[in-house]
Design a protein around this ligand. Sequence first.
Ligand code: SF4
Length: 218
Amino acid sequence: MTSQNPSIVYRYGKGLYANITNRCPTACVFCIKSKWGMDYRGSDLNLSGSEPSPADVIAAARAQWQAAPFEEFVFCGYGEPTMRLEALLACARLIRNGRAEPIPSGIRIRLNTNGLANAVWGRNVVPEMKGLIDSVHVSLNTYDPAQWKALMRPMEPWEAAGFEKVKEFVREAALLLPEVCATAIEDNGVDLEKFKAFAASLGAEPRIRPRLGEGEPA
Ligand code: SF4
């Protein structure tokens, strides 16, 4: 689906979600973006290659706040937000520095991610998030490297070492950020009890999500 006005931000529950890119280093089997034609509950999330600047994101978020306040600002769209790490951090910094008012500088900021940022950027990016991101939800999905590859379908550069790098990201985030959840989806053929224990061993709180099309996009 394409339209003249793709959504930079959209609402879900009590949050405002920022759709900052359509790029992904994975093609997850459970992704709903193609199945739903890039639409998410009435919002067209197809940016058509035109990624919003941090100023665009904040302007859109401000307008939403003025229409009705939200409780949480979430980086999560049809794409992996950390593919635009600098823009993501810039948006969070604008909020934290009071430059997105009337959005409160202390509002909870969450990142939903596939956890490949350290692999993509070739460095540990978690320290850059400290003080900016309150919560990270990592779509980890399994404890098994082969199953991870089958479920997440990473692009070639991240096929071999991707799972280890995601584990490293979760561990680092658990050390430095206030909240880290590792998520898995029901009915994906994963032993969820084993998954919960694995997530906890990395320092993350396990969260099990409903299958396709329910809840948030990524
Ligand atoms: S689920 Fe998220 S990370 Fe996976 S392909 Fe879809 S948008 Fe990308």
